[in-house]
Design a protein around this ligand. Structure first.
Ligand code: VG1
Ligand code: CO
Length: 543
């Protein structure tokens, strides 16, 4: 075994987006592409990062190969010990949990999350820091800067490590410990939730389907739901991770988890349905004939937090990403706690949780979580709901309706225009920015614009500032139109249009969501020229 120094030249475009570097697998397969990015991570970490590192991914195509490369590079950079999930598998929340539990210096997560996998699909890599959360922008920008200037990378020529056997081996002086990917995470869940109550619920015949979408949450759901909680086998469907996610799109929303939605809408539907994404950090909560919007789920979890043992003393505050509906703000008001509004992406929540300013965080994109780790956490949200169903004896629909009756309903929808021409998308955003000064105060089809801006976030903990985080058009009745460009797509640009309207009157809580938001969607198209500029008649995906 020797450490080699391999000459290399920079690749353009290795700037991490909303959640790490995401590209087509074929781009990652170019010689030196992955190595350059990993070298840039180690260059950024510099001295003092020798302690230990966690490595794992969602099992998608190229995962195993990437893990082997990272292990050999870690050894070449003097890392003392790497904890790697068996088979190279660790869900994103499990990486966060393992970093914290074992006081690791950080972790490398291999995933393109909700993006499709396989040889023609996407791959991704992201660095998480000591608190278990995604690296903040100052670190990702430093990594990017290093990718632009490096001239060589260092790697051991050691043979591959057997990732399928638990235990310890060595590469150079580095210890490689293959760990059970589920154990630490499952132990944490058992401390947060009332497993006895959930076990009793299943024992009474409560039925559930958890759709793991052939992705990483399968082993976790099998072990926790069917193992520890006694749910009948068959509760977890599509539970074996596949390199190509069975050809599907592992994004737990009503469009991509159509199999689960059809089951929940059909005769003899189970009491409860849920799904998770490629890397296990997203969740969808479904009742019979009712998919709970993620924004509502966050608000409902906040309003009922004390039912779970881990939150019995209450919550310190809530944070939601800017496009997420303001349903959680109403709960925070009622509880007399703060609600923070952050840019899209979990990396902005870390400081707030570290400073104990918030306990719960959520995003409209099927992401919910708490300060138990520093990533969003799909199974955590599902277990919270199970705990709530067990403690209240109510069904999903009753819980949602009672919540709306108390707080009002925030009709909410996201319209995605995927893979549009990047130039056209940039021009649309620029034109919107130019209109901002004249939008405030205007009347638009019966709506009065109270505020219009390009969202700027001032981090209250470290004073960092994030600009250009999305165009917000806020009406005087609280309705909102938000435009932003995706930072996780790998083809052209993806425009996300977010629509929200508040309805306090329970007599009007049964409208069809798209119908309730139709006028806002028309206003959005009028002021942005979205359809004209992109040549698209309708969104690719509506959630
Ligand atoms: C999307 C979501 C965002 C989420 C991010 C990562 O980003 O909108 O809320 O944090 O994906 O989620 P964007 O920039 O494409 O809108 V995951 O599950 O990919 O780690
Ligand atoms: Co994800």
């Amino acid at each position: 075994m020797t450490i080699q120094t391999v000459a290399t030249t920079p690749f353009a475009g290795q700037r991490p987006g909303t959640s790490g570097l995401r590209k087509k697998v074929t781009e990652f397969q170019q010689p030196g592409y992955l190595e350059n990015f990993v070298e840039a991570i180690f260059l950024t970490l510099g001295e003092g990062a020798e302690r230990s590192l966690v490595v794992g991914g969602d099992g998608r195509y190229f995962n195993r190969q990437a893990v082997q490369t990272i292990l050999r590079m870690a050894a070449a950079h003097g890392i003392e010990r790497v904890l790697v999930g068996r088979g190279g598998i660790l869900s994103t929340p499990a990486v966060s949990c393992v970093i914290r539990k074992h006081a690791a210096f950080g972790g490398i997560v291999l995933s393109a999350s909700h993006n499709p996998g396989g040889p023609d699909g996407d791959f991704g890599i992201k660095y998480n820091i000591e608190n278990g959360g995604p690296a903040p922008e100052k670190i990702t920008e430093a990594i990017f800067a290093n990718t632009q200037t490096l001239t060589a990378y260092r790697i051991s020529d050691a043979p591959p490590v057997d990732l399928d056997v638990l235990g310890t081996t060595r590469i150079e002086n580095m210890v490689v410990e293959v760990i059970d990917p589920v154990a630490d995470y499952a132990g944490l869940m058992a401390r947060l939730f009332d497993f006895d109550a959930i076990r009793a619920l299943f024992a009474r015949g409560f039925s559930m389907r958890f759709d793991a979408m052939h992705a990483v949450s399968g082993p976790y759901a099998h072990a926790i739901l069917e193992g520890m909680l006694g749910a009948p086998s068959g509760t977890v469907i599509n539970g074996v991770p596949r390199e190509d996610f069975g050809g599907g799109h592992p994004d737990p929303n009503p469009v991509n988890a159509a199999e689960l939605i059809a089951l929940m809408n059909g005769p003899g539907a189970p009491d409860f349905g849920a799904a998770s994404d490629g890397d296990g950090d997203r969740n969808m909560i479904v009742g019979r004939r009712l998919a709970v919007t993620p924004s509502d789920s966050l608000a409902i979890i906040a309003a009922n937090a004390t039912v779970a043992p881990g939150y019995k003393h209450g919550i310190s505050g809530i944070a939601r990403s800017m496009p997420t509906s303001t349903a959680a703000d109403r709960v925070a008001d009622a509880l007399g706690i703060s609600c923070f509004e952050t840019p899209t992406g979990w990396k902005y929540f870390g400081n707030l949780m570290d400073a104990n300013l918030v306990t719960l965080c959520g995003e409209e994109s099927y992401g919910t979580g708490s300060h138990h780790i520093r990533e969003k956490d799909g199974l955590w949200a599902v277990l919270f709901w199970l705990n709530l169903l067990a403690a209240s004896g109510k069904g999903v629909e009753q819980i949602v309706r009672e919540h709306w009756a108390r707080f009002g309903r925030n009709y909410y929808s996201r319209h995605d225009y995927e893979a549009v021409d990047a130039g056209a998308a940039d021009q649309m955003m620029q034109a919107l920015r130019e209109q901002l000064p004249e939008l405030a105060g205007r009347r638009l089809d019966g709506h009065h614009v109270a505020e219009a801006d390009d969202f700027v976030y001032n981090d209250p903990v470290d004073g960092s500032v994030a600009t250009r985080q999305g165009i917000r058009i806020i009406m005087s009745d609280g309705s909102r139109i938000v435009f932003r460009l995706s930072g996780t797509g790998t083809e052209g640009a993806t425009i996300r249009l977010y629509l929200e309207r508040y309805e306090p009157d329970p007599a009007r809580h049964d409208l069809d969501t798209q119908e309730a938001l139709r006028r806002l969607a028309e206003i959005a198209d009028d002021i942005s020229g979205l359809r004209r500029r992109t040549g698209r008649e309708s969104p690719t995906v509506i959630t």
